[in-house]
Design a protein around this ligand. Structure first.
Ligand SMILES: Cc1cc2nc3c(=O)[nH]c(=O)nc-3n(C[C@H](O)[C@H](O)[C@H](O)COP(=O)(O)OP(=O)(O)OC[C@H]3O[C@@H](n4cnc5c(N)ncnc54)[C@H](O)[C@@H]3O)c2cc1C
Length: 636
């Protein structure tokens, strides 16, 4: 497997400029001769499809929702980072670059991250021009707030609905191109395989989720923007539909999978309330700007929070990390919450919760200001828990939120399959072992609006302009494999529901490959998951038929992929014998903090599929740091 990152030569700050200056171009009259498939209409896919069509390419765009604007990105709450330095508080491209590398615990590629920080500034201008209603200061300038892992305020936001507003911006650009006939949109259509012909990504096989029709589409290049796979844990803050199918099927067709075990656990989610639950709700990190996190000092303290005097409260983030306090990065804040609960100091019915308290900021700023900043989040919290956070502190607990792993890509955002590009949360990304808050929206839009349009043109300039057709052996084989699989799922007719398998897998993943991991636990998971998978293929009951809308069938296909992918995650976590960012191996720690092993693990682990029933092969891309010094991450 060729893992050449294709980083342009020259000084870090000049790489992207020089890349753009030297990239091959496609003449405007020739662009309409190329067709590009984009799978996904979230911030990454929506922005990419709109921009590629605006440039003149023909785009075929797919999503499984009924409308492109229902992509999971719409759920993003807190904000989007950009190195604008509007606050004059010391921000710069270099600082955003450095914070991102450090936040990711030195497990991402310098050149990509620098480019991300550089283009972050363009994103804000583009979105403002589209009419995205970012919050503004009293004088009309754009406002900022702070997010974890940074000491500057660089997060742009639209109340607690930033993802929704940004997605409406991308969506209206996409709709413009749909109306212009440059984008052909296929909602409610699920990609179920990648077609690789003559060694290049040449198309996809899809199932129409309404009619059940299975067909293929051909293109000169394929872009996957299919989001993250946090739902492998069953319970997560992701939309219920988010899944690994598109990227996992591409993996099985030869695309390397980078760092699959790198998962982000978000510290501020509404705690699990019972077994019946199928979804967890995030309380945005932005709340940590004004909310203070604490747990009772004494274990088993059952008093209501207002009865616990100041001296008996442990504001543990402020105590342990005085420089960053409540804005310590997510991995660190999550582990600290778990630690407090493991010590018996957790609050709420099950003892799995800590407080996020707005008492002081309401006293300081007034309830109106807090409502202006976080009104919709407070409302959401009250609707779910029945408690009023203006009066009683929120109860929060860590939950699975984001996946830093994904298909490996080089500087061009191209996977190990030529012609297959991967953007947004679906790629193994710029966030290393831990993503900083408000950086996913930045990356998705950077990829879609500003990076991919250059790099894919550079690729297409070298590809024949002849029309492509979904024909030939490769298409036939992929289509019949998809048909067979659908039939197989429907034919099992066993006794257990798809959800029961998903739940059981999620429990194994959370217990053995969740917030903390051990050699013994991962080894155990690696025997439990194959056994569960075997039972799935013998005993799952998929109701309904294949020729019409069948959500049970859709879920079954996704869960079947999770049952294979979960094993890959555990193998990755087992072989990374260090702790870094969100990957916390209990064997490797110093006083409760992650202990990296730079001598042996300063690399991206990239897995190559070896065929049914065979263990995948691990490769590495060494991470070379020329501009920053590897250091122990400290937020103290
Ligand atoms: C509750 C919540 C709040 C968040 N808040 C923030 C925030 O404030 N700031 C921030 O930076 N990040 C935030 N994030 C993270 C961020 O929202 C996501 O990382 C980001 O939106 C992912 O965008 P994406 O375009 O890569 O994928 P998605 O938005 O997940 O879109 C995936 C698309 O792919 C399509 N798709 C997937 N598989 C297939 C298939 N097989 N066939 C066809 N189509 C397919 C889907 O239909 C969809 O259109 C938050 C995440 C959550 C869960």
């Amino acid at each position: 497997m060729n893992l050449d990152p294709k980083i342009p030569s020259g000084p870090l700050a000049d790489k992207w400029t020089s890349y753009k200056g030297n990239a091959k171009l496609v003449n405007p009259a020739n662009k309409r001769k190329y067709t590009v498939i984009v799978v996904g209409t979230g911030l990454a896919g929506g922005s990419a499809a709109a921009t590629l069509a605006e440039l003149g390419y023909n785009v075929l765009c797919f999503c499984f929702q009924d409308s492109p604007r229902r992509a999971h990105s719409i759920a993003a709450q807190g904000g989007i980072n950009a190195a604008k330095n509007y606050q004059g508080d010391g921000d710069s491209v270099y600082r955003l670059f450095y914070d991102t590398i450090k936040g990711g615990d030195f497990r991402s590629r310098e050149a990509n991250v620098y480019r991300l920080a550089e283009v972050s500034r363009n994103i804000i201008d583009q979105c403002v021009a589209q009419g995205v209603p970012f919050a503004r200061e009293y004088g009309g300038l754009l406002a900022n707030r702070s997010f974890g892992g940074a000491q500057v305020s660089r997060t742009f936001y639209a109340r607690g609905q930033t993802g929704q507003q940004l997605l409406l911006g991308a969506y209206q650009s996409l709709e413009r191109q749909i109306a212009a006939g440059k984008v052909k949109m296929f909602p409610r259509t699920e990609m179920l395989d990648l077609v690789v012909k003559d060694g290049k990504a040449s198309g996809i096989v899809v199932r129409d989720l309404v009619t059940g029709k299975i067909e293929s589409f051909a293109a000169h290049a394929v872009v996957l923007a299919s989001g993250g796979y946090g739902n492998v844990f069953y319970l997560s803050t992701n939309a219920k539909g988010s899944n690994v199918t598109a990227t996992y099927r591409a993996f099985k067709r030869g695309a390397g999978f980078g760092n699959p075990c790198f998962t982000q656990i978000h510290p501020t989610c509404i705690p699990v309330s019972g077994d019946y639950q199928s979804k967890l709700t995030l309380m945005s990190e932005s709340l940590r700007n004004d909310g203070r996190v604490w747990a009772p000092k004494k274990g088993g303290d059952k008093r209501s929070p207002d009865q616990i005097p100041e001296a008996e409260r442990d504001y543990y983030l402020e105590r342990k990390y005085p420089s960053f306090g409540n804005l310590a990065p997510r991995d660190i804040a999550s582990r600290s919450a778990k630690e407090a609960c493991d010590e018996g100091r957790g609050v709420g019915e099950h003892g799995l919760g800590v407080y996020l308290d707005f008492r002081d900021s309401i006293q300081r700023l007034g309830a109106d200001v807090i409502a202006q900043r976080y009104g919709n989040l407070f409302q959401m919290y009250e609707r779910i828990t029945g408690e009023d956070p203006y009066k009683v502190p929120m109860r929060i607990y860590p939950a699975v939120h984001y996946t830093m792993g994904g298909l490996w890509v080089d500087y061009n955002l191209e996977s190990t399959v030529p012609g297959l590009f991967v953007i947004g949360e679906a790629n193994f990304s710029d966030h290393g072992a831990n993503r900083l808050g408000a950086s996913a929206l930045m990356q998705g839009l950077a990829d879609g609006y500003f990076v991919l349009p250059y790099t894919i043109s550079n690729y297409l300039a070298g590809v024949s302009r002849d029309p492509v057709a979904a024909s030939g052996e490769a298409f036939k084989e992929a289509e019949s494999a998809v048909n067979d699989r659908v039939k197989k799922l429907l034919g099992i007719n066993g006794k257990r529901s798809v959800d029961s398998f998903h739940k059981e897998l999620g429990r194994i993943m959370w217990d053995k490959c969740g917030m903390t991991r051990t050699r013994a636990g991962l080894t155990e998971a690696l025997t439990k998951i194959p056994a569960l998978r075997e039972e799935f293929w013998q005993n799952v009951r998929v109701l309904g038929e294949g020729e019409n809308l069948n959500q049970s069938l859709e879920k079954a296909g996704r869960v079947a992929d999770f049952l294979e992918f979960g094993e890959l995650m555990c193998a990755d976590a087992l072989t990374r014998e260090e702790s870094c960012g969100g990957h916390f191996r209990e064997e490797y720690q110093v006083e409760g903090e992650a202990k990296r092993d730079d001598a042996n693990f300063a690399h991206a682990a990239v897995w190559e599929y070896q065929g049914e029933g065979k263990a995948p092969k691990r490769h590495v891309e060494p991470l070379v740091y020329e501009n920053i010094k590897l250091a122990t991450r400290s937020y103290k």
